[in-house]
Design a binder for this molecule. Structure first.
Ligand SMILES: NC(=O)c1ccc[n+]([C@@H]2O[C@H](COP(=O)([O-])OP(=O)(O)OC[C@H]3O[C@@H](n4cnc5c(N)ncnc54)[C@H](O)[C@@H]3O)[C@@H](O)[C@H]2O)c1
Length: 301
């Protein structure tokens, strides 16, 4: 018996890369899966391919249940459609994996308005739109007295945790997904829904230009860049045994899984009176006392 027997899951952007492996693993563990993918290029243009069809075929060939959803997840209607399709097709929704994404990397001074808008829309709205509709569904069930065990697993990035030169749009969206995760976790816990996020590293078309040297080992050794490694963590968070984990961010790379802290003060100056700018200049060393060098971390950039 699989970990997710009897569950219904949505995975967005599941036609390729990490989402594909997530959909396949959730199905292998017994979940019925709505495989969402709009198709198209890495930059989000020309959505005329249908990679979700292949993923559904693989799941069905393996004895599982899955359906294709081709909606653009960065729209309110797309978010509603994918949630409605899960409930209409399989009778319920238990797990929402927000994964779909695009890239338009450029330095801030070269970035166009559409580079900014499209990346923010696909990632940030593409997380919130399905989450909104799923949350409304779970809240209604809980209010009707039903037992709810909902899961939202978001996909951030280390670019969103630390910033990344050349990715102002992407980093901002991924940072927004971290705060969205914390906020949804605070809102939905009372209805039986956990909300967590991963910041993965894996070999996909999105990263082949960045981690070009991450070729698979030819000698059968463990492949740290294999997207399947990431899917395992998502499945763990989706499982009933993870009902006590919410509002957490996990960096995931190969066999290394880091549960990240929230923002913590590095140092502080406190008193019951305002600080003048000149006094703050003089107190700078004290303010950054938590850093060995005494230099604010942003000086590293
Ligand atoms: N690969 C990594 O190392 C890495 C690192 C950090 C974060 N991520 C994140 O992981 C997620 C998956 O990335 P990946 O590396 O597998 O990339 P990928 O390009 O292989 O897969 C992304 C999928 O999302 C789909 N998609 C794009 N826009 C969509 C939309 N509007 N609606 C529905 N589907 C859409 C694409 O068609 C594609 O199949 C992304 O959110 C990405 O930002 C990946």
């Amino acid at each position: 018996m699989g970990l997710l027997e009897g569950k219904v899951a949505i995975v967005t952007g599941a036609g390729r890369g990490i989402g594909r492996e997530e959909a396949l693993l959730l199905a292998r563990e017994g979940a019925k899966v709505v495989v969402n993918d709009v198709g198209g290029a890495l930059t989000g243009t020309a959505p005329d391919e249908h990679p979700a069809d292949d993923v559904v075929a693989l799941i069905v060939d393996g004895g599982g249940e899955a359906v294709v959803n081709g909606d653009d997840i960065g729209t309110w209607e797309g978010g509603r459609n994918v949630v409605t399709q899960a409930i209409d097709t399989f009778g319920q929704l238990d797990i929402l994996v927000n994964n779909a994404g695009i890239l338009r990397d450029k330095m801030s001074f070269s970035m166009t308005e559409s580079d900014w808008d499209d990346v923010i829309r696909v990632h940030l709205k593409g997380h919130f739109a399905p989450a909104h509709h799923a949350a409304a569904y779970w809240r209604n069930r809980a209010k009707a007295g039903e037992a709810v065990s909902g899961r939202i697993i978001n996909t951030s990035s280390e670019a969103g945790l630390y910033g990344s030169a050349g990715q102002a749009n992407y980093s901002a969206a991924k940072g927004g997904i971290v705060s969205l995760t914390w906020t949804l976790a605070r809102e939905l816990g009372r209805y039986g829904v956990t909300v967590n996020a991963i910041a993965p590293r894996a070999r996909t078309r999105m990263t082949e230009g960045i981690f070009g040297d991450a070729v698979p080992p030819s000698d059968g050794r463990f492949d740290a860049w294999e997207p399947k490694n990431v899917a395992n963590v998502v499945c763990f968070l989706a499982a009933p045994a993870s009902a006590d984990i919410s509002g957490q961010i996990f960096v995931v790379f190969g066999g290394n899984i880091y549960a990240m802290s929230t923002f913590q003060p590095l140092g502080q100056v406190t008193r019951d009176a305002p600080w003048t700018p000149q006094e703050l200049i003089e107190a700078k060393g004290e303010l950054f006392r938590g850093i060995d060098s005494g230099v604010p971390p942003f000086s590293f950039f």
